[in-house]
Design a protein around this ligand. Structure first.
Ligand code: FDA
Ligand code: NAD
Length: 434
């Protein structure tokens, strides 16, 4: 059993870890000062690629093509880059015990890692149907998607079951992106989700109606208002049927499940203050424990614009929170400080030929603008959310780079909107003037 000591340890090898390492490297670390410890076997990469380019039938994205930090136009940190920058990359190493008081971490193999400063970047894990006791949910070819090993299993199943039947359980991000990916791979796809419309945590009924019709036109079948209540398998253990709670059943060669994620905080339970399911931090991502920071999906941080504590499970925040934490650590060492994190929420998704962006907060009433006819070859429409007379959120499908920048500006500035009716009229005038 080895014991190693570092000045800084980043625990996790995902998006936040990659961006934190990049920030440390740009500020300067001495060889042997910084370690990144990850249970994955590969250096940090841009996770969003796994549900998009990684699954393309042709010209699929593969590592080293999408290592951090190419997703934001930054330097690509190849596995060897870490060594060149004096950073120790410790892969295939799962930490199973953390003692924040003793400043030590223990791996599954029993190795001990000591630190002066810890950045927790353990991200999220998928919710599993087996956790809810769904019968037969451990059959083969019932797949989840979080890490590159999961994506490889999806690719393997796509190849083994070419042109077969796929059932996608869940109507959120994974559900929508994976249904499209499987359809592009020529699968007969059925999506099943419990809510009245897809992506209910962001979309309004109007926005969802566009995507549902677009998907239906692409051949994806959508079953709403029910859940998978059980699975049956062939004698070889591979799934062959999905039973739905409403009594129907669907044949399936592959099942993809995307029913949400939960932050990986269990290692630190009882040792650090939590809030809203995540590790509570301040505006510099400092936790309640001295010298321990938490970034990315696990952090519940002050969202200054809204005077609220939030946890955000999206890539833009994972990158920016990681950079903020490292800047704060380095500034404090020099006796200085950095500005408080002042984050504007930004989410996006891509599937088929579609691409949307959202900035701000999806609260209050909403109004749709533009051409949301799903049969239009180049759909281009958007939505604003208005609360207390102010535009607080902005969404656009098919927006240009400039239009997306304008959305961000609106969501940040929160201009007054006299009423939803006025906004609808203004948007119409603007549309006709174009
Ligand atoms: P992340 O999950 O990236 O990394 C956590 C790391 O910690 C992993 O390497 C894990 O193995 C490691 N780890 C955990 N516990 C450990 C332990 N005990 N010991 C050692 N290592 C441990 N967002 C968006 O805005 N747009 C998008 O298009 C997408 N697309 C997308 C696709 C897919 C398939 C997923 C799963 C997620 C997205 N996201 C997204 C969300 C986005 O990727 C996510 O918010 C960030 O990856 C979060 O970054 P973190 O670094 O916090 O976690
Ligand atoms: P999600 O929260 O987006 O969606 C979960 C969906 O699961 C719900 O909308 C609901 O339709 C469905 N659901 C819940 N219980 C169900 C049940 N018993 N049966 C059937 N459906 C059920 O979560 P996700 O899509 O699993 O995504 C996981 C994580 O990955 C999230 O953190 C997400 O932010 C991230 N992600 C983000 C992107 C993106 O930002 N473009 C893309 C992929 C993944």
């Amino acid at each position: 059993m080895a014991e190693k000591s570092f000045k800084y340890i980043i625990l996790g090898g995902g998006v936040s870890a990659g961006y934190a390492a990049k920030e440390f490297a740009s500020q300067g670390v001495k060889p042997g000062e910084l370690a990144v410890i990850s249970k994955e076997a590969v250096a940090p990469y841009e996770r969003p690629a796994l549900s998009k380019g990684y699954l393309f039938p042709e010209g699929a994205a593969r590592l080293p093509g999408f290592h951090c930090c190419v997703g934001s136009g930054g330097e690509k940190l190849l596995p060897e880059s870490y060594k060149q920058k004096g950073i120790e990359l410790i892969l295939s190493t799962e930490i199973v015990k953390a003692d924040l008081a003793a400043k030590s971490l223990v791996s599954a193999a029993g190795d001990v890692f000591k630190y002066e400063t810890l950045i927790i970047a353990t991200g999220s894990t998928v919710l599993r149907l087996t956790d809810f006791g769904v019968k037969g949910a451990d059959s083969k070819n019932i797949l989840y998607l979080r890490e590159i090993d999961d994506a490889d299993k999806v690719v393997e199943a796509i190849q083994a079951k070419k042109g077969g039947k796929a059932v996608v359980v869940g109507g959120g991000y994974i559900g929508l992106e994976l249904s499209a990916a499987l359809r592009i791979n020529n699968f007969d796809v059925t999506m099943v989700f419990p809510e009245p419309w897809c992506m209910p945590r962001l979309f309004t009924a109007d926005i969802a109606a566009f995507y549902e019709t677009y998907y239906t036109n692409k051949g994806v079948k959508i079953i709403k208002g029910t859940v998978a209540s059980g699975f049956t398998a062939h004698p070889n253990g591979e799934v062959n049927e999905v039973q739905l709670k409403d009594g129907r059943s669907l044949e399936a060669d592959i099942v993809i499940v995307g029913v949400g994620a939960k932050p990986l905080t269990a290692l630190f339970k009882g040792q650090v203050e939590e809030d809203k399911g995540g590790i509570k931090t301040d505006a510099f991502f400092k936790t309640s424990v001295p010298d321990v920071y938490a970034v990315g999906d696990v952090a519940t941080f002050p969202l200054k614009m809204y005077g609220d504590m939030r946890r955000v499970e999206h890539v833009d925040h994972s990158r920016k929170s990681a950079e903020q934490a490292v800047k704060a650590i380095k500034a404090a060492e020099g006796g200085g400080a950095v500005e408080e994190y002042d984050y504007l929420p930004f989410f996006y998704s891509r599937s088929f030929d579609l691409s949307w962006q959202f900035y701000g907060d999806n609260v209050g009433d909403s109004v749709l603008f533009g051409d949301s006819n799903p049969s239009n070859p180049k759909p281009r429409f958007g939505a604003y959310w208005v609360q207390d007379g102010k535009v607080v959120g902005a969404f656009m499908e098919g927006g240009s780079g400039d239009e997306n920048k304008a959305l961000a500006k609106v969501a940040k500035a929160r201009p007054a909107a006299e009423s939803l009716d006025d906004l609808t009229k203004e948007v119409d005038v603007e549309r006709h003037a174009r």
